[in-house]
Each structure stands twice: as structure tokens, then as C-alpha cells.
Write a protein that binds this ligand. Structure first.
Ligand SMILES: [Zn+2]
Length: 95
């Protein structure tokens, strides 16, 4: 599976976690009133779930597929923004 495909799958998972986090905050808000703790828990959950993001690096130059310049985007690049490598190539380790 290509780096882009794996990164894309991670992006989908993150959207699921984000949705779960929003639901959690809304639910706690309704049941227990406004809670900063629930908000903090949701953010912590997002941070932990997002940790694998740092592993999606370009096989040629090591640039992260989720970075465009200095900005982090929620969707991976199909083509490396630094060296132009095709991150959708099926076997990136064969370089
Ligand atoms: Zn690169």
C-alpha cells in the first residue's frame, strides 16, 4: 500500500475521532452542564489519535505528507511538496 493510501486512511480515522470528540463534548455539556474537562479530554484524545501522523514521511526527503510548507493540513499530499516524489507509488521502500 502506498504512503498516500495509508495517510489517507489515517485522515479518515482522524475524522471519526474528531466526530466522536464533538459528540462527547456535546453529550457531557447536555448531561452535566458546560465542562472544560470534557473539552480537555476530547483534545487529548485527538492528540493521541493523531500521533501516527508524524510517521507519514516522504521516502525520499523525509518531509511529512501532512505538511504544506509550514502549515499542517488534515489531508495528505499525493505528491511531496518538497522534492515532488509521487507518494501514491505502490512500493515507496524500493527506492
Ligand atoms: Zn519528498
Amino acid at each position: 500500500m502506498s504512503l498516500y493510501a495509508r495517510a489517507r486512511r489515517h485522515a479518515w480515522r482522524m475524522m471519526g475521532v474528531l466526530a466522536a470528540g464533538v459528540v462527547l463534548v456535546v453529550l457531557v455539556d447536555r448531561l452535566a452542564g458546560h465542562s472544560t474537562l470534557a473539552f480537555a479530554a476530547a483534545i487529548l484524545m485527538l492528540l493521541i489519535a493523531n500521533a501516527p501522523m508524524l510517521g507519514f514521511n516522504c521516502p525520499t526527503c523525509g518531509k511529512n505528507a501532512f505538511f504544506r510548507g509550514v502549515l499542517v493540513v488534515p489531508w495528505p499530499n499525493r505528491r511531496c511538496t518538497r522534492c515532488g516524489s509521487d507518494l501514491d507509488a505502490p512500493a515507496p521502500q524500493n527506492r
